[in-house]
Design a protein around this ligand. Sequence first.
Ligand SMILES: NC(=O)c1ccc[n+]([C@@H]2O[C@H](COP(=O)([O-])OP(=O)(O)OC[C@H]3O[C@@H](n4cnc5c(N)ncnc54)[C@H](O)[C@@H]3O)[C@@H](O)[C@H]2O)c1
Length: 429
Amino acid sequence: MNVIYMDAKEGMYKVADIKLAEKGRESIYVAARKMPVTCKVLRERFAKEKPLKGIKVAGCLHITKETANLALTLKEGGAEVLLCGSNPLSTQDDTAAALAEQGIKVFAWHGNTSEEFYWCIKECLKQKPNILIDDGADLIVTAHKEFPELIKSGTIMGCQEETTTGVKRFKAMDEAKQLKVPLFPVNDARCKNEFDNELGTGQGVLSAIQGMHILMAGKVVVVAGFGHCGSGMALRARGLGAQVLVTEVDPIQALKAVFAGYRVVPMDEACKEADVIFTVTGCKDVVTTKHFDMLKDGCILGNLGHFDVEVATKKLYEIAKDRKPIRKDVEEITLKNGRKVYLLGQGRLANLVLTEGHPSEVMDMSFGLQSLISEFIVKNYKTFKPGMIDVPKDIDDKVGLLKLDAMGIKIDKLSEVQYKYIHGYEEGT
Ligand SMILES: NC(=O)c1ccc[n+]([C@@H]2O[C@H](COP(=O)([O-])OP(=O)(O)OC[C@H]3O[C@@H](n4cnc5c(N)ncnc54)[C@H](O)[C@@H]3O)[C@@H](O)[C@H]2O)c1
């Protein structure tokens, strides 16, 4: 994709077009109204207490209006904030422009190449950040490979990871004793994955189909992966009247899908019936060469997993007889057998490429957590050792309570007797 405009101020920002700032400001404002935890309660406290004063926070995140609000809350807390995109196609150029205008150092534009993607990451790391917030592990892995002095010198106090795929990469690094920083897997906090993944990505099915504007009722929709995201997607596709088939590799997740009333079948069978296939596994080659020739004419292929390898896009391009864009971010691919299939967002996260990503309401909790974890890192970093550190339960609960409070919902509280009862072993039959 050609970027027509490019606005840059060295070390300060590089965005597609700074003149888009006004539109970006409007969307950031609209999102903030739906993010009371991040944008009201925490932002107001951070503005008074300045818990991040003198701290540089670098985020490699989808540059959306919700991420913009996280950045502005951290800035209110006294931080200098640097941002780069965590996916070449998820940056909203108007948001990036509005952030640059408000003093966030943002290096991101929609449609950047792989080389440019890593250039943006390095622009952030060059400025010696103290806290890294990642979505997919590319920022922190680049820090390990190319900026080891930031780790050795203790400049980096602590890190956070926002998504399942990133957490899996870091767990593998930790097991191989290669993770050299303290890392909070924010994705695994309940206030994150039970809402952001299930509801946000779950609703992604709606955004993803907007590219084709089809009627879901009566369609055979295949959901590959019945985890946090996939179970939410399957439910919503069924709610729209689709006949949902699930593919899995984990026996327990497969059983959960069966008992939730879905037909579970291997992809080799599912792909023959599918009108629509969404992958959301964190795995690769889930729909691959052997499946392409079996697809029905008109089948829509979309991915919501972090990387563009779940539908083997490169292999699909290689075997294609013809390839042409038919709508924004939708390509018609003609297979050798003459059938035509439709690929959404070049196989990248369709909910972020084709529309605006997760609704602000759920991102409020994910980013409420990241704001509080940033504060926790500054207060406690001297006690950390390199490796994975669970998000403290009291921070997870706090975000849940703040969200309920903002919604005007009250809940019961355990009495002392009840607390002892459920944490004890003495009372029985
Ligand atoms: N699009 C978004 O906005 C968004 C948001 C959150 C997470 N994600 C990404 O979505 C992906 C899934 O996240 P999750 O939290 O649901 O993970 P999860 O671990 O809860 O679920 C993944 C499921 O996929 C299954 N699976 C793995 N390989 C498979 C294969 N080859 N075929 C079929 N099933 C397979 C696993 O058994 C598991 O049940 C990750 O890449 C994550 O980073 C995307």
